[in-house]
Write a protein that binds this ligand. Structure first.
Ligand code: UT7
Length: 326
């Protein structure tokens, strides 16, 4: 069977930086609290006129350029996002129009922070089965518009941006060795946006009760994240008969430095093999792994033949992994 491989990576983030010091002037918090409890120093925030599709389009263009693939060749565009430009049409359709990928089928996936790996898994399977030859998978968010900027529990955590990959058939046998995707809806309330869907449609009441903003039980999510991401990593390694010593780079979802450190410790991965860029962007949900992958790639941290493990966790709950021979 054909194996799918990542042919190019790209990312795009807003120019506007919001630092912890800036946040000190907005809510009752300190740079010291945010840094020690989360590892985040600053995050990027979309300006008026910038949308999820703005960053998704730029990230896709950069990934296509690196891959040396033209938009005409793309048969599938997936945007993983919980902050689409509109409830419909899909943000992926807006990206399709922007990049002029007229032959592609385009749709969104909602799996919160695991959305990118869910999309990658779907694209992988469609390439393996010969349904399509080339895809663009994008994680993109403008979370700053669903964050309550008066709630110190959540406003310091999130940021905006997008990362993308071009996926196609592997030419050298390397590529995506496995993807595993999981959900547990019994914990849906731990991390959700109560308003602006059809359970609580956009009304004055929703605005007054601030239901259009993200609500999270951080402590509970923290514990479940560590456990699920550890399990996902072990599942990927076991399924492929490889050990931690074989791993060259671990790219976990960037939500909290303490979560990343706890997983690294439990798995026994040397900190040098864990890629972290959380301090610069905060938690960008579906965009976090593809932004990190692109940064690691462009910074020369990934070489042909390297073994990479991508590992995510998010609202839903959802969690996922991808093991990749680069
Ligand atoms: O993307 C996937 C899902 N998301 C995550 O994985 C996030 C998971 N959770 C977390 O990262 C952490 O739970 C948080 C960073 C959200 C919170 O850290 P924590 O160590 O779990 O703190 P906590 O919620 O137990 O709160 C401790 C204290 C509270 O004060 P009291 O009640 O003990 O007096 C909070 O009010 O810290 C307080 N606090 C703050 N203080 C200053 C919460 N946020 C802030 C803040 N500045 N920004």
């Amino acid at each position: 069977m054909v194996r799918a491989a990542i042919l190019g990576t790209g990312c795009a983030v807003p120019a506007k930086v919001l630092s912890n010091i800036d946040l000190e002037r907005m809510v009752d918090t300190t740079d010291e609290w945010i840094t020690t409890r989360t590892g985040i120093t600053e995050r990027r925030i979309a300006s008026p006129g910038e949308y999820t599709s703005t960053f998704a389009t730029k990230a896709a263009e950069r990934a296509l350029e690196m891959a040396g693939v033209s938009a005409d060749e793309i048969e599938l565009i997936i945007v993983a996002t919980v902050t689409p430009d509109f409830p419909f049409p899909a943000t992926a359709c807006l990206v399709q129009n922007n990049i002029k990928a007229s032959r592609a089928v385009a749709f969104d996936i909602s799996a919160a922070c695991s959305g990118f790996l869910f999309g990658l898994s779907l694209a992988e399977k469609m390439i393996m089965t010969g349904t399509i030859r080339k895809a663009v998978v994008i994680g993109a968010e403008v979370l700053s518009r669903v964050v309550d900027w008066s709630d110190r529990n959540t406003c310091c955590l999130f940021g905006d941006g997008s990362g993308a990959v071009v996926v196609g058939a592997s030419e050298d046998g390397n590529g995506i060795l496995s993807t595993h995707i999981h959900s547990d809806g019994s914990y849906w309330e731990l991390l959700h946006q109560p308003g602006a869907g059809n359970r609580n449609p956009a009304t004055q009441k929703v605005v007054d009760e601030r239901l259009m903003f993200i609500q999270m039980q951080g402590n509970e999510v923290f514990k479940l994240a560590v456990r699920a991401m550890e399990e996902a990593a072990n599942e990927a390694l076991e399924a492929n008969g490889v050990g931690l010593a074989d791993l060259d780079l671990f790219i976990p979802h960037q939500a909290n430095r303490r979560i990343i450190d706890a997983i690294g410790k439990r798995l026994g991965i040397h900190p040098d093999k864990i890629f972290v860029n959380l301090h610069k962007y905060g938690n960008t949900s579906a965009a976090s792994i593809p932004i990190a992958l692109d940064e690691a790639n462009r910074a020369g941290h990934i070489h042909p033949g390297n073994l990479l493990l991508l590992d995510s966790f998010g609202g839903g709950l959802t969690w996922a992994s991808a093991l990749i021979r680069w």
